[in-house]
Design a protein around this ligand. Structure first.
Ligand code: SF4
Length: 388
């Protein structure tokens, strides 16, 4: 075994052998595969499509109940292609990142329009659909159709970086290329493995499961190398660098913001003022309870917000009540919000404002902050009964 010495510490540098790594991994998967609803029965590319959209930025345990509800409502591509977007968004509520839901609908409609009864088995065609990148396309064709295509996400990048001791920055193009090359090399070896052999479907899922359950992120500890099939060949483990690799990229600093959440009640006392967000960006096009930055007192901040939006909302300035506080996060912001209730005297006309009946709010898909504001209202507003 070739070795090199660095700064007095013996560093093992010989690269693991792809064929034996692939064999160890698929053997491990035979007894350690996670039982997941999208793996039940015959593999269905439509189930893989839905699960992969839901799993972006979201943990498996969170996704499972959403996935089951989704499949009960839209069991195949055809039914999803004709789904109502508002209903889909409502079912998605709580998973966050609503653009995924919209893109999933658009992708299903596009595939259906092109004549497909299930997602195509072509990386190129899948990648032409909204919301489907290289990883998701690879996952659909390898898991759904058993084709030997890599599916490299952050988990796979972490596992392979450690196994081969790659020094690239997490998320960098260079590291992604190196990892994809290794996975491709391992996929090529599958047919030559002894016994019943292994499929690209098993192999890619095994990588995902190893990353999720054994070769876990370093936050708050180290991976479970003692349970890993690669413990004898892993360079990060041999060199004591499990917690270091992959090298973290610089993250944008988190900003702490203060805000007001405004529960503005209509003159008839049975409706709440909602604002429709812009068609692009965070929570695009969704109706939400208005909120704005808190710097001074409510009325000064409210007036500044109205001026910035070039609109006029008349509130009853003698009747402002605080009903609690809520915290929420988005991108690199953490927001602490005071929640207030006020009666509205008049609002601007136009398509971005509406009064929405209290008793129908449960059926509306709303961003997470709005649900938190409503929760404050329901728990703490002493007159809330009359609004139900
Ligand atoms: S031995 Fe440890 S660091 Fe290496 S792949 Fe396995 S769990 Fe990850």
């Amino acid at each position: 075994m070739a070795e090199r010495k660095t700064l007095g510490r013996k560093t093992v540098s010989s690269a693991p052998e792809p064929r034996s790594c692939a064999q160890l991994l698929v053997e491990w998967f035979r007894t350690h595969a996670r039982a997941l609803p999208w793996r039940e029965g015959d593999y269905d590319p439509y189930k893989v499509l839905v699960s992969e959209f839901m799993l972006q930025q979201t943990q498996v345990s969170t996704v499972i109940p959403y996935f089951r509800r989704w499949m009960s409502r839209w069991p195949d591509l055809e039914s999803l292609a004709s789904a109502d977007e508002a209903e889909a968004l409502k079912l998605w509520e709580g998973l966050g990142y609503y653009s995924r839901c919209r893109n999933l609908l658009k992708a299903a409609r596009g595939m259906s329009k092109a004549g497909y009864a299930c997602p195509p088995a072509s990386v190129e065609e899948l990648r032409a659909c909204p919301g489907i990148g290289e990883y998701t396309a690879g996952a659909i064709v390898s898991i759904g159709y058993g084709l030997p295509v890599p599916a490299v996400d952050g988990n796979v990048e972490r596992v392979i970086s450690r196994l081969f001791g790659f020094e690239g920055l997490s998320g960098s193009t260079a590291l992604r290329h190196n990892v994809t090359d290794v996975v491709s090399a391992m996929l090529k070896q599958l047919r030559s493995l002894p016994g019943k052999g292994a499929t690209p479907r098993d192999f890619n899922q095994a990588l995902m499961d190893l990353g999720a359950t054994v070769c876990t992120p370093s936050r708050g500890g180290v991976p479970f190398c003692g349970e890993c099939p690669w413990i004898e060949c892993c360079l990060a483990h041999k060199n004591g660098r499990e917690a270091e690799l992959p090298l973290p990229r610089q993250r944008a600093p988190i900003s702490q913001d203060d805000a007001w959440g405004l529960l503005a009640i209509s003159p008839c006392q049975r409706e709440l003022l909602l604002h429709r967000r812009p068609d692009e960006g965070l929570w695009a096009s969704m109706w939400e309870i208005p909120w704005f930055i808190r710097k001074e007192n409510f009325w000064k901040d409210f007036d500044a917000w109205c001026t910035a939006l070039n609109m006029e909302i008349q509130l009853d300035r003698n009747d402002l009540k605080e009903v609690g506080s809520a915290t929420f996060s988005f991108t690199t912001h953490r927001v602490r919000s005071q929640v207030v209730v006020c009666n509205v005297e008049s609002v601007p006309s136009g398509e971005v404002w509406c009064f929405y009946p209290f008793d129908e709010l449960d059926n509306l898909s709303m961003p997470a902050p709005s649900r938190k504001f409503l929760s404050c209202f329901n728990q703490n507003f002493i007159f809330c009964d009359k609004y139900k």
